[in-house]
Design a protein around this ligand. Structure first.
Ligand code: GLU
Length: 485
């Protein structure tokens, strides 16, 4: 359909997909899906020294994991490709030449060392470093002389030196920039590679992008891009700059604040549903109160109008809480599939019986906030968990505690039906006989069985552990405690 909405996510493949980039991708995707437009993935790999194929692979993997499918782009193609900028170099060269011919751009023979020197001098003299324009009006003779020296020319954009360029941003309103503050920036490097501002404009135009939705950090680039659109007589798309994401210290979110790549969250046991739900609220809200949204609800409800101008603050506890919510919502069978790799990766749970594991997962489901926590909740099934000495001394500070263990051992040994109901009955009776409240009386047993004071439900755990292992654990703890006191 002509005139329909087309948006893009245009990552530079220099590393993993970070949460900021994922949020940008998500907003673009939701915006497109909401109006049945197209979502395009474009790889901006013109920074030769920092772009890698591995990073492209990682970004694609993370986007797919999040479920953000693209209509055109790598692995999908489409009629405006190629979708990787290093495969489009001819297109950029062609249009840069047109700008040269129209005197909207000029050849610059200054080499990187000279530019660096001048920049450093400016800084030393407390001036804002800026290209001094010395190649702006070179005569043909001067150009020939430079070329004879073996210099290769870059192409600089000839920025207007007066007036203002306004960005009519869908989120921030009208933002005006003074042209005199802009530099004559390079659009095509001497090696034929375009710079970001130039390549992005050309591609957004050629790929018929209608709305450019990206992070606020790109706002200072937008006047430069608008000037290029005007110089090339392209139609200017709509812009929407998304608010920054800050850490709890109100500084831009970075590695210092913990995990920031989608891949890390995936590896640690976060669910894509939770990531999507959490990310969407970093700068967007539907109303004052709703926090949980399915992807379908988001597609239905998302709008740019409700994106905030104010920075969003990253809150790992909220993300964890949300992940717990989605874990509780899962079908057990699916959760078994999801936790199995975490158990297997510890080497503990080899050849695990799936039906048995299902019972364990049912117990853990209510308690887990992230999938990797399955290991800490269930490790006692697979090995003896060492309890810290300090904790043992505390739990077994009275002689009664050790007596409870001994009695529990004898009673459980005699038990014919090793089932939750019977286990619960005899252990509660034991507490009663000893005049102990269950919370106190069961504590030594819980520590002996699970290694911890907080654990999965005790009676069910004992049943699932089985008689033999239960007795062995009780014996072992009795021995340890005896030696301790
Ligand atoms: N390649 C740019 C980045 O990763 C894209 C900016 C844009 O969306 O225009 O930040």
């Amino acid at each position: 359909m002509e005139n329909s909405v087309r948006v893009r996510f245009a990552p530079s493949p220099t590393g993993y997909l970070h949460v900021g980039g994922a949020r940008t991708a998500l907003y673009n995707w939701l915006f497109a899906r909401h109006v049945k437009g197209d979502f395009i993935l474009r790889i901006e790999d013109t920074d030769k020294s920092r772009s890698t194929n591995e990073a492209i692979g990682e970004i694609i993997k993370s986007l797919r994991w999040l479920g953000l499918s693209w209509d055109e782009g790598p692995e999908v193609d489409g009629k405006y490709g190629p979708y990787r900028q290093t495969e489009r170099l001819d297109l950029y060269a062609q249009e840069a030449k047109r700008l040269l011919e129209n005197e909207k751009a000029y050849l610059c023979y200054c080499n990187p060392e000279e530019l660096k020197e001048r920049r450093e001098l400016a800084l030393k003299e407390k001036r804002t470093p800026k290209y001094d324009g010395r190649c702006r009006n070179l005569s043909p003779e001067e150009k020939i002389a430079f070329e004879k020296e073996g210099r290769k020319a870059a192409i600089r954009f000839n920025c207007p030196k007066e007036g203002e360029t306004a960005v009519d941003d869908l989120i921030r309103g009208r933002v005006e920039f003074k042209n005199e503050a802009l530099d004559d920036f390079i659009i095509l490097r001497a090696d034929g590679f375009p710079t970001y501002n130039f390549a992005a404009v050309m591609d957004d135009h050629l790929m018929k992008i209608t709305h450019v939705i990206r992070g606020e950090d790109h706002l200072p680039n937008t006047p430069k891009q608008i000037l290029i659109y005007q110089a090339l007589e392209y139609e200017v798309p709509a812009f929407a700059h998304l608010p920054m994401i800050l850490g709890s210290d109100k500084k831009p979110l970075s590695k210092r604040h913990g995990a920031t790549s989608i891949e890390e969250f995936r590896k640690n046991g976060y669910l894509p549903e939770a990531m999507i739900n959490y990310l969407v609220l970093l700068g967007w809200s539907y109303d004052e109160k709703t926090t949980l949204f399915s992807v379908d609800e988001l597609i239905e409800k998302f709008s740019i109008e409700r994106v905030s101008k104010n920075p969003a603050v990253w809150d790992p506890a909220k993300l964890e809480w949300m992940n717990g919510h989605y874990i509780r919502q899962m079908f057990v069978e699916e959760l078994v599939d999801k936790v199995l790799p975490f158990l297997e990766s510890t080497g503990l749970a080899k050849g695990i019986n799936r039906e048995w594991l299902k019972q364990v997962v049912i117990l853990a489901q209510e308690r887990m906030k992230i999938l990797s926590e399955i290991v800490d909740w269930t490790d006692f099934f697979f090995k003896d968990v060492e309890t810290e000495e300090k904790e043992l001394r505390e739990v077994f500070s009275t002689p009664e505690a050790l007596r409870v263990l001994g009695l529990a051992r004898d009673k459980l040994k005699e038990l014919q039906e090793f089932k939750k109901a019977e286990i619960e009955k005899i252990l509660r009776m034991l507490c009663e006989d000893m005049n102990l409240k269950p919370a106190k009386g069961l504590q030594p047993i819980r520590v002996a069985i699970t290694g911890r004071k907080v654990s999965l439900p005790l009676f069910e755990s004992i049943e699932l552990l089985g008689k033999e292992k239960t007795l062995a654990k009780l014996d072992k703890t009795i021995e340890t405690v005896k030696q301790l006191f």
